[in-house]
Design a protein. Structure first.
Length: 332
């Protein structure tokens, strides 16, 4: 039998050519699968971000204007002991909802400095929500007058510097906690609300009423919450080094926090109840709302992108999502 003598040059060239075709096919399949994975992963992240954004905003919108057992501060003896300044805007219980409609490089109506100091992105709406937390804590004993402290159950976490509402449904007072200690085996708080401290905005007076009346065990304390939702540049660029827009939130006196990257636009319409039927008669932009206290529902539109380039032509993929949220404390 004739022994194998090796391959000819032509045979080697043909084998190499076939190998190149095979490798090219494998590389093409790999790149295609990788591109599909990037796109599917980007779209999945986009949808998750939109869902999280709606869940976060919806929680505040549903509770807009909530004041515990109070239906309106206009019907009770109400006192705000905080020092004036921006605190009058931040902790304005008479307005549970405030909106600013994007108009070119500005907004309608003109936002307060508390909002503009956040440097929100122009061309996108801004939403401000005021309410108290839904879990209140009852007082454990009557508060003498005058007094710089009160005692409550330790069922709701309270920290120094937080703004609190105390109410017994016939009167209500807003004040800032200047010092808090836990007593009685960590089951009660001693909540101090002195005036003349270094806290900002601070209390103008330590008395929680001006007529000598006191709060007793029928009263409860609630943490006050003001949330501003707006669009601004992210603190981090994307994988290509480009600036990314994000949904941001500022709560009361806290520093702003970046919630979700890739949210490039926030657009809001307000469902206004014009005939006291409990349902909206029209949905309009903020500048066209006659009375924000008549708004019973809010329609929110979010434009969300994939943050990083995932398409075949190296572009971001963006989608617009929409939802309507009913305000629980208004309408039917």
């Amino acid at each position: 039998m004739k022994k194998q003598q090796g391959f000819t040059v032509i045979e080697l060239m043909i084998a190499m050519l076939l190998g190149l075709f095979l490798m090219g096919g494998i590389i093409s399949i790999f790149n295609s699968n990788q591109q599909t994975f990037r796109m599917l992963n980007g779209l999945s992240t986009l949808q998750d971000n939109a869902r999280f954004a709606f869940d976060t905003i919806s929680e505040d919108v549903r509770m807009a204007g909530y004041m515990g057992c109070l239906s309106s501060i206009n019907d009770v003896n109400y006192l705000n002991t905080l020092n004036p300044s921006t605190s009058g805007y931040i902790f304005d219980l008479s307005t549970g909802l405030t909106g600013y409609e994007a108009s070119g490089s500005t907004w309608k109506p003109t936002p307060e400095s508390y909002v503009t100091d956040l440097n929100p992105q122009t061309g996108s709406d801004i939403l401000v929500i005021r309410r108290v937390e839904d879990n209140g804590a009852s007082l454990t004993q009557a508060m003498p007058f005058p007094s710089a402290d009160l005692k409550s159950e330790a069922t709701t976490p309270i920290a120094d510097g937080e703004v609190i509402l105390v109410s017994d449904c016939s009167k209500a007072t807003i004040f800032q906690v200047t010092n808090i200690t836990t007593i009685v085996d960590d089951t009660e708080y001693n909540v101090v609300h002195n005036s003349g401290t270094s806290e900002s905005p601070g209390n103008a007076q330590q008395e929680l009423t001006n007529d000598g009346s006191t709060y007793d065990e029928d009263a409860s304390v609630y943490k006050f919450r003001t949330a501003v939702y707006y669009i601004a540049p992210s603190a981090f660029p994307n994988n290509q080094g480009n600036t990314v827009l994000s949904l941001w939130r500022r709560e009361s006196l806290d520093a702003p926090e970046e919630l979700i990257r890739g949210v490039e636009n926030l657009s809001i319409l307000y469902g206004e109840d014009l005939d006291n039927s409990g349902v909206p008669n029209r949905y309009v932009a903020a500048s066209k709302v006659g009375d924000m206290n008549r708004v019973v529902a809010v329609n929110i539109s979010l434009s969300v992108n994939t943050v990083d380039e995932v398409s075949q032509d190296n572009n971001l993929i963006a989608r617009t999502f929409n939802t309507t949220i009913k305000i629980r404390n208004r309408g039917v």
